[in-house]
Each structure stands twice: as structure tokens, then as C-alpha cells.
Design a protein around this ligand. Sequence first.
Ligand code: KDG
Ligand code: MG
Length: 402
Amino acid sequence: MKIVEAKVIVCSPDRNFVTLKLTTESGLTGIGDATLNGRELAVASYLENHVCPLLVGRDAAMIEDTWQYLYKGSYWRGGPVGMTAIGAVDVALWDIKGKAAGMPVYDLLGGKVRDGALVYGHANGEDLDDALDWVGRYLDDGYKAVRVQCGVPGLASTYGVSSDKRFYEPADADLPTENVWSTERYLTFVPQLIAATRERYGYDFHLLHDVHHRLTPIEAARLGKSLEPYSLFWLEDAVPAELQEGFRLIRQHTTTPLAVGEVLPTIWDFRTLITEQLIDYVRTTVQRAGGISHLRRIAVLAEIHHVKLGCHGATDLSPVTMAAALHVDVSVPNFGIQEYMPHTEATYEVFSHGYSFRDGRLHLDDRPGLGVEIDEEAAARHPYRRAYLPVNRLEDGTMHSW
Ligand code: KDG
Ligand code: MG
């Protein structure tokens, strides 16, 4: 199972994706997603210049050894660029192993413990009425869990509230757009948003909300406490997680469940959060956190500390990541929920895939490997376009101090 080619494919079918494709001497191929939103070419270059030369000639069957070699052998451990690159290699190797065995990856991971993965959809609106209407549309579509985000009265634009309601594309410009943020306005408004959602639609579905890292621990504690009557499934990224100890303060004050970590790439970034039971859901995913092999390690640590998996699944994670995450979701005991935002038709023309939405869940079919293929000719019709995530400033023009 010698690897004979390692190729990086950059394309932009409505948004940018970086894909690693490995080919073995017997002609088996495996793909991994290496997309790092807003920093795509850094990972493409890392792979092309520093990783691909190490892969050609290696045995594709040696997934764990390759992971250890790339992680420890680089000397520069961790970080989003390196871990995204390792994640792409790892996922591509699991894809190859599944195809070689004639089995879906979930069977190699121990087999399914559930039929499908519960997902949540994204309802977002410019104002309260708009946001509530979108929650209703998702419930009508069969979603059993919905995340609600809304423009904050008095602020011109808010991160996470997009003009395209189904796809939510935050990397929206050739140079970063700037949003203005006010914690005071946000903290006044969000309890009204959540209360109004429950008032209109009741409690018979899971309701989620993402703070996008904007608060301090004591502000997050206050928000979590004020939302307790509305039974949130989770409050996400209430504070930036570099200061893991900050979650002790939040935990002391609220029983609202906490989800963290879509930007965290390693088990060590989660160590305090998980072992002290400071969070309820881990938000990282295969592509961010070193692939299926490393995400499984994080899931095991989480499992013994009563923490569940709630993988990131915005559109900047390609269908390759979605499929890989689903193989983990259906095979680990401590699965919680999977974020799901469908991709556009143009993206699906490039990435054919074997998962589908039914009854509020995503279901994998039983194709061998990941069940996703890339059409390189279609990819070539969509060249890379630079796109940045927005930057937030406070109302006085300064950046946050944390
Ligand atoms: O690339 C950044 C997006 O994936 C992120 O803003 C999405 O916060 C997000 C979420 O929870 O999906
Ligand atoms: Mg988020």
C-alpha cells in the first residue's frame, strides 16, 4: 500500500476548499479536507512543501505511525495550520484503509452504535421576527435542534447573521469587513431572543446559541444564568478558550450547558476543560484536530469525564470533513450532536457524497471508506478566491482587550 502521489487541490465552488488526495501504487485513492477558513493557502503550502514529500513512498496502512511522525517529527507541535494538515493526511489514510478493506470507516472504528447523527441547523435573522421565522422553517424541515442567532438592536451588523440564510458564509470579503460589537446591547437582547423563541415554538426541540467568543467569564456566567429557564441545549464559545481556567468561574454560576472548541486543535487544548468537567460539549472536528485518530483520543478523554462530542460543521468544513465527522459520530458512545449546514450545489458537484438528511439526523450509506469523492475537473472550474473572516471592533473603535 505504498503512497505514490500526494496532491493538494485548491478550489472555490462558492467558497474555498483545500483537499489532499493520496494515491497508492495499487490505484486506491483517499482524500482529506485541509481547509482553514481565511488562511487556506498557508495549509496548502505547508502540505505541498513540508508534508507531501514525506508521504510519497510511505505505507498508507500505517495511519498511527504517520500521525506520530508528522506531529512529533515536525518539532513545531500543534497549531491550527499544522494540525489541519495532519488532519487531512489522517482522514485520507482512513479513507484508503476503508476502501482497501471494503468497509465504511465507521466499521473500522468499531461499528455503529447509532443509526444516524442528530444535527442542528442554523436559524438567523436580521431582527427578532426574522430570526423566529427561520427557526420555524427549520422545524418545518424536520430539524429537531436549531441554533438561533440574531442581529442585535443598535448594531449595524452581527457576526453569524448572514444574508444567505441556508449557507451562512462568514468569510465574506477580499479584505476583512468590520463589525461593531457592544457587550451591553448583546447581553440585554439575547435573553429576549431566547425567551421569544421558546414562547413561540415551545420546548419540544433542542435550542442552541453561539456567542462567538465575545464575553468575559463573569459576563458569560451572567448570560448562562439568565438563560436557565429556557433550557438551552448549549451555550457555545461564551468566552475565548485560551484561558481554560476562565471556565471555572462560569461553571460556578450557571447550569446552562457549555460547548467549546471549534478553534482548538489538540487534546492538550482541551485538557483542563475536560478533566475538570468545565464544559459539556467538545466542538472541534476531524479537520481542525488532527483527523479521525486524534479526535477519537479527545472523545475518549471526554467520555470518561461525562463530556460529549458536538462537532463543528459550518460550510468552511468541506463534505469530506462532514463525512469523516459522521463516521466518528455514529461510532463513539459519547456523541451529543453534529452541526450541519448544507453546502451549495456547486460544492456538491465537486464533492459527491454518501450522507443524507432524514428526520433531523444525518445518515451515512455503506460505501467503503469515507464515502466522498472529489471531481478534479469540476474543482478546476472554480479557482481560489481570497476571502477573509470579519473583524470585530468595540463601539469606541478599539479591539477587545481579551
Ligand atoms: O470559520 C469560522 C466559522 O466556521 C464559524 O464562525 C462558524 O462559529 C461557527 C459555528 O459555530 O459554526
Ligand atoms: Mg461556533
